[in-house]
Write a protein that binds this ligand. Structure first.
Ligand code: ADP
Ligand code: MG
Length: 247
């Protein structure tokens, strides 16, 4: 299969159950290379589970997921190789508290990618600069604001050289005044052409940055389309109700 053609992410007939809880009930979604898709929807609708199925943090119950043309749900796939191609940023930043910002960026490169010290440090330096935190290279996570920690987490993911970035409510744990800096970094990544899947409640970000918005409810995609249409002129009652509650 030629990884230069076709969608960067393709999800076909995806189902996920946890015991009796049928969480994802048939998700079909294609994301083109360089496309930014925001996933919105009420709590419990399956947004995190969907992201986690894309990088196999959860094993789908049925269906297929392709990333860059490789079927990641193929039982013979090298899961570690797949995960290296997919960066993920969570609501909680999950930085190692006992090592410096730079070491947080170099450690996974050295362990997972087997990069040497010099190369890992160079990549770390470049990515800290990218998120505007060159001056925090030697700081410890606890010395940083939540917004700065989240930008470090983004730089850490970028240091692995991913083809795709998944964001799961990256600004939900932040004080409101810190949200803007994180969104600015994400906006810049989008402008650089990164393929991004972003679960967020930030409707202004969705409207300005997303090529497409997907509204999920009850484990299905209820509607999707350009942000102006889904957010500005929703066609479904469930979408309207959701937007009315959060806007
Ligand atoms: P959202 O991110 O849209 O809030 P989630 O994907 O986190 O929704 O959760 C959807 C449903 O799946 C919820 O009912 C949740 O309790 C359940 N769920 C998610 N992860 C697990 C898990 N690891 N084990 C059992 N149930 C889970
Ligand atoms: Mg979630």
């Amino acid at each position: 299969m030629d990884s230069t053609d076709g969608p960067e992410i393709e999800i076909r007939g995806l189902h996920k159950s946890f015991g009796d809880n049928h969480v994802l009930r048939g998700i079909d979604l294609e994301i083109a290379r360089g496309e930014v898709v925001c996933v919105i929807g009420p709590s419990g609708s399956g947004k995190s589970t969907l992201l986690r199925c894309v990088n196999l943090l959860e094993e789908p119950t049925a269906g297929q997921v392709f990333v860059g043309g490789t079927e990641v749900t193929d039982l013979d796939v090298d899961i570690d190789a797949v995960r290296r191609r997919i960066g993920m940023v969570f609501q909680q930043f999950n930085l190692f508290p006992h090592i410096s910002v730079t070491e947080n960026l170099t450690l996974p490169q050295r362990r997972v990618l087997r990069r040497d010290k010099t190369k890992a440090a160079e990549v770390a330096r470049r990515n800290l600069e990218r998120v505007g935190l060159s001056d925090k290279a030697d700081a410890f996570p606890a010395q940083l604001s939540g917004g700065q920690q989240q930008r470090v987490a983004i730089a850490r993911a970028l240091s692995m050289g991913p083809e795709v970035m998944l964001f799961d409510e990256p600004t939900s744990a932040l004080d409101p005044e810190l949200v803007g800096d994180v969104l600015a970094v994400m906006r810049q990544l989008a402008a650089e052409g990164m393929t991004m899947m972003v679960v967020t409640h930030e409707m202004s970000f969705a409207r300005e940055v997303a090529d497409r918005v997907v509204f999920m409810d009850g484990g299905v995609i209820v509607e999707e389309g350009p942000a102006q249409r889904v957010v500005g002129d929703p066609q479904h009652e469930r979408t309207r109700n959701f937007l009315m509650r959060i806007l």
